[in-house]
Design a protein around this ligand. Sequence first.
Ligand code: SF4
Length: 444
Amino acid sequence: MNIDKVVLVYPKRDGKILGKAQGSPYTLMRLASLVPDELPVEIWDEDVAPIPYERITPHTVMGITSKTLSIERAQQIAAATQRRGARVVVGGTHATLAPEEVSTWADITAVGEGYFTWRQILDDIAHDRAQKMYVDESWANLAGVARLTDRVLKMVDEKRDYWTPYMEITRGCPRNCSFCTAIRVSGRIMRHRPVDEVVEEIERRDIKRFFLTDDNFGLNFRTDPTYIEQLFRALRKLPLNGWTNQAEMMVGDFPDLIQLSKEAHMDKFFIGFESVNSGNKRDLGGKAKGNIAEYKRVIKTVQSYGIGVVGLFVFGLEADTPDVFQNTWDFCKESGLDNVSFTIMTPYPGTAARAQYIQEGRLLDVPWSKYDTTHVTFQPASMTADQLREGYDWICRKAYSLPSIATRGVRTLRRHPMRDARRKLFSSFSTDFGYRRTYSYRSA
Ligand code: SF4
C-alpha cells in the first residue's frame, strides 16, 4: 500500500475545559515521532477538535489509541475511517487488555508497547504484508526510545491547547494489585529513561510543569534510590514551576529524597492509600495496609518538606462494608490531605479481580463507557451495588463541594510562603476541580 499520510487519533472523552483540553496527547506525540521522516504524520485529538473525516483517503493509515472507557468511541471512528477505505490500527490500554475483542473490528491490533512495534507495522503495511495482530510485551530498555521529534513538537501546541503537559520517566511496577491494569500494559519490571534524555526532552519542549504518567514513580525511592537522586539533582537545575507524580506511602521513609525532590521542584505526590479498611490488604498487593496512623504520619512527613499530598482511595474492595465511606471521610478531614481522589473499584479486562467476579457471577452487564471508575460495574462482596453507588455519591458530594474545595485550598495556602500563593492555589483548585469533573460523569 502506498501510504499518503499517517494519522494518530485520541478519541474524545473530556473535551475542553475553559478553552483547553486537560492533558497533552503524550503517547501519540511519541508514536508520531517514530513515523519515518518521509511519511507525513498528523495528530488528531478529538478533545481539541472534531475529526476531519473528509481528509481521510484510501491511502491513509489511522492509528487509534484508546482506554477501555473510550473504546466504543474508538470503534465508531474506526468504522467511519474504514468506510473511506483507510487502514485502522488500534493500540493502547484496551487493545492490550482485550485484544481478541478489538481485533474483531480493527484492521490491525497492537498489543503492549507500541513504541517497539509501530515502525514495523507501518513498514509491513507499506509492503502489503501486515499481520492482524502485533504483540510487544518484552518490556525492553527505554534508553533512546521514541525521542520526540522537532516536527511533532511543532505540530502539537502544548501551551495553547492543553492545561497539563504529560511526561514519562519510568515505566512498570513490580507489585500485583488485583485491580491494576498498569502492570498488564507496562509490565512488572520497573524501567527508567536515562536522566540526560529526560532533561533534554523537558528543555526542548520548553515546559515548566508536568504531570508524570509513571505508574508508580515513588516506588523507585526504595528500589533505585541512586537513579532517583541523579534525576532530582538534574531536575534541580531546571527552571520548573512544579511537577507531580504517583507514588505509594513508603516515600515517607526517605526524608533525604523528599528534601531533594522539593529542590527538584516537585509539587505533589499522588499517593495510593487506596483504603482505610485493613481488611483489604490482600487486594492491594502489599502497598497499603489500611493503617491510618501510619497514613497520617506519612502525610505529615511529606508536607513538612513543603510538598503536597493527594490521597487516592478506591471503594468496593472485598472487605468494604457501607461504613467505609464515613470512615474514609473522617480520615480525609483529620489527615490534612491537600486533595482527595475517590474511585469505585473497576474490574478492567485482564485483571485478577475481573476473573474472580466472572467466576463468582458478580459482573454486571454495563457498557465499556461506564468503566470510568465512577460507575458500579460489579456486585460488591460486602455491600449491595446500590450501597456502593449511594455511598460513593455521598462522599463525592462531601469532598467536591465548593466549601470543601475552598477549605483544602486555604489549608494548603497556609503551609506555603506568600510568594508561592498563586501557584499553590492554582495547583490545589485545578486538582480538585478535575476530580469534581470526573465525578460529574456519574450523573451523565
Ligand atoms: S502499586 Fe499501583 S501500579 Fe503497582 S500494581 Fe498496584 S495499582 Fe498497579
